[in-house]
Design a protein. Structure first.
Length: 115
């Protein structure tokens, strides 16, 4: 049976981000903070937030690209029906692709949202 490619939708509005933040279900490590909320939809939605404290635009966009690529590689293992908000911490500015992946995997396992 071939794997079905699910494209993760994105959270765009402030209201959606605010709902996930106010749900107060989060885990964190040195690089990232993950906020999770059940959304009762057949797919997951992802929001990424990176403060200017992390670095200039080039650095923030690099972190965003690394996170998105790791999520793309992992999305078949993420259970559907969640809104996820990832917040990058300043330590993420110097991190490598592998470290972002390890951080995401750890946070997903802590929240028990992997299949």
């Amino acid at each position: 049976m071939p794997l079905v490619r699910r494209k993760m939708k994105s959270l765009k509005s402030f209201k959606d981000f605010d709902q996930v933040y106010n749900h107060r279900r989060s885990v964190a490590d040195r690089l990232l903070v993950l906020y999770v909320m059940r959304n009762n939809l057949p797919e997951c939605r992802l929001g990424i937030s990176i403060s200017r404290k992390v670095g200039k635009a080039v650095v923030r966009n690099r972190i965003r690209r690394l996170i998105k690529e790791q999520i793309r590689l992992m999305e078949s293992h993420i259970a559907p029906g969640y809104d996820l908000v990832l917040v990058a911490r300043p330590a993420a500015a110097d991190s490598q692709f592998v470290h972002i992946g390890q951080s995401l995997l750890t946070l997903f396992n802590k929240q028990r949202i992997t299949i």
